[in-house]
Design a protein around this ligand. Structure first.
Ligand SMILES: NC(=O)C1=CN([C@@H]2O[C@H](COP(=O)(O)OP(=O)(O)OC[C@H]3O[C@@H](n4cnc5c(N)ncnc54)[C@H](O)[C@@H]3O)[C@@H](O)[C@H]2O)C=CC1
Ligand SMILES: NCC(=O)COP(=O)(O)O
Length: 349
């Protein structure tokens, strides 16, 4: 098998992106398994290394890695995301995507950007996910968070049916078509990427107590229950449980994560209906180690679950565990992709 080829973007240069990248890359098992290129500014990377080296124990030296070099055009102040920092993080991602679409890399790992800084720079995307999908030419994609419990080894996998939209738009955005698409993506990912032949999936309701039979909100009553029944007919290979009350839904995964209850009682995947319904539990359990992965793209994309952390930028205190997990998951998916294409080739020959 060939070594995985990764390109890692530095994210917003006013944030902690370069710090967590250099800290994560100090893990020798990464260089042992993958060829890593960094998409960013080599001068900025060197400056980050020089600033942090005296205060951080484990830090990779930038000269160990190839850099797809694009300078920062205007001065950036650590801790302040603005048009200058947004312009740089956008170009670094743009370059990484272009090279990946040309076949130079298997996986893109992204450090966090600030959506507001992108907007200030004139790049109006809800996030990196949507930009990646647009450049890759796909309309069928999803945002999945994956984390492995350090206590039990259990894996939390949560896909968000809607992502970066105002809360007041959520109910109108959720349609049977959208939920079907997101459920399909979750199923495909569980079966192909995580090799779970008959996944058990929990699907959240939208309203308190999943609407309490229409008394606390009507979406479940009006169409979501019928939709779920149709999905059970359509995907007999999966066990689909729902529409679970969106608060108590997270009790079993919490117990499986912390080891206070049965791992078997928890589900293989969770479909959350909106950003904070899914990400509050993910971040409570696994803020230090969850990985955001974009499903449906023609290449692998992973990212840490945290943001730019402007409040601690440049201090050397950022935790790189989530970035390290994102890199390891990108390598695993890239290796699985190679193994799958190898087996297709050997079947054909
Ligand atoms: N994938 C991405 O590009 C993401 C980008 N963001 C962006 O990040 C910006 C800031 O968002 P916030 O909600 O404040 O979330 P945040 O994750 O940047 O910060 C929340 C809190 O967690 C701390 N924190 C974050 N990462 C840490 C790390 N690795 N080690 C130690 N402490 C850490 C911060 O210091 C802060 O106190 C926003 O502009 C948002 O758009 C947020 C999430 C993901
Ligand atoms: N809260 C998740 C998040 O902001 C992910 O954003 P992105 O990966 O699409 O940039």
């Amino acid at each position: 098998m060939n070594r995985a080829r990764l390109i890692i973007t530095l994210g917003d240069p006013a944030g902690i992106g370069a710090e967590v990248v250099l800290k994560a890359l100090a893990d020798p098992t990464i260089a042992a398994r993958a060829d890593v290129t960094i998409s960013g500014s080599s001068a900025y990377l060197q400056a980050t290394y020089d600033r942090l080296k005296p205060i951080c124990d484990a830090l990779a030296h930038p000269c160990q890695f190839k850099v797809l070099d694009a300078e920062i055009h205007n001065p950036v102040t650590l801790g302040i995301g603005n048009a200058n920092s947004g312009d740089a993080s956008f170009r670094w991602l743009e370059g990484a995507i272009a090279q990946t679409l040309h076949g130079k890399f298997d996986s893109v790992v992204t450090a966090p950007i600030a959506k507001s800084a992108w907007k200030a720079a004139g790049h109006c995307y809800p996030g990196q996910t949507e930009f990646l999908a647009e450049r890759a030419g796909v309309s069928r994609f999803g945002m999945l968070f994956v984390a492995q419990s350090p206590y039990t080894g259990w894996m939390l996998r949560t896909l968000l049916a809607t992502t970066h939209i105002p809360l007041r738009h959520v109910a109108d955005t959720l349609t049977p078509e959208l939920l079907t698409l997101k459920l399909e993506l979750l199923l495909e990912c569980l079966q192909h990427d995580f090799e779970i032949a008959q996944p058990r999936i929990a699907i959240a309701g939208l309203n308190p107590h999943s609407g309490e039979q229409g008394q606390l909100g009507r979406e479940e009553w009006d169409w979501m229950s019928a939709w779920l029944e149709a999905m059970r007919q359509r995907f007999p290979q999966a066990v689909l449980e729902g529409l679970l009350p969106p608060d108590t839904l997270w009790v079993k995964p919490g117990q499986a994560w912390f080891g206070t209850g049965s791992v078997e009682a928890a589900h293989d995947g969770y479909l959350a209906l909106y950003h904070d319904q899914g990400l509050i539990p993910v971040k409570l359990m696994a803020f230090d180690r969850a990985v955001n992965t974009s499903v449906g793209l023609p290449f692998v994309r992973t990212s840490p679950d945290h943001g730019t952390a402007f409040d601690i930028a440049g201090q050397g205190v950022a935790d790189a565990t989530s970035m390290k997990a994102a890199i390891h998951l990108a390598i695993k998916f890239a290796e699985q992709g190679q193994a799958a294409s190898t087996s297709v080739i050997s079947l054909r020959s």
